[in-house]
Design a protein around this ligand. Sequence first.
Ligand SMILES: [Mg+2]
Length: 123
Amino acid sequence: MRRILIVEDNEKNLKLVRDILQAKGFETMEAGTAEEGLALVKLHRFDLVLMDIQLPGMNGIEALACLRADETTRDIPVVAVTASVTMQDQSQITRAGFDAFISKPISVREFIETVSSFVGKPA
Ligand SMILES: [Mg+2]
């Protein structure tokens, strides 16, 4: 089964993303902070990480750097999911090395297409 980690501090956004992914047959795990997400990545195998950028404590860009710095986690696809919309924010996110970018509020169809491009159809 394809397992996806959602790192998101907003309960409504988290629920929306979780409901979409579970309806599509993916297994999900959730973290409300980057620190919590990094701890889960050490304990479980994930096919994809969906990373909010603005988080309490460590932000999503810093969390990505931690994942990329560790050889056991550097190959996991990480998609930024963020309300940041300025060109400056977008270019910062791209330069940080995320595999893709989904802007909030999310379009369900675009969201599913982007996720599927990394994990395919749920097994
Ligand atoms: Mg947030």
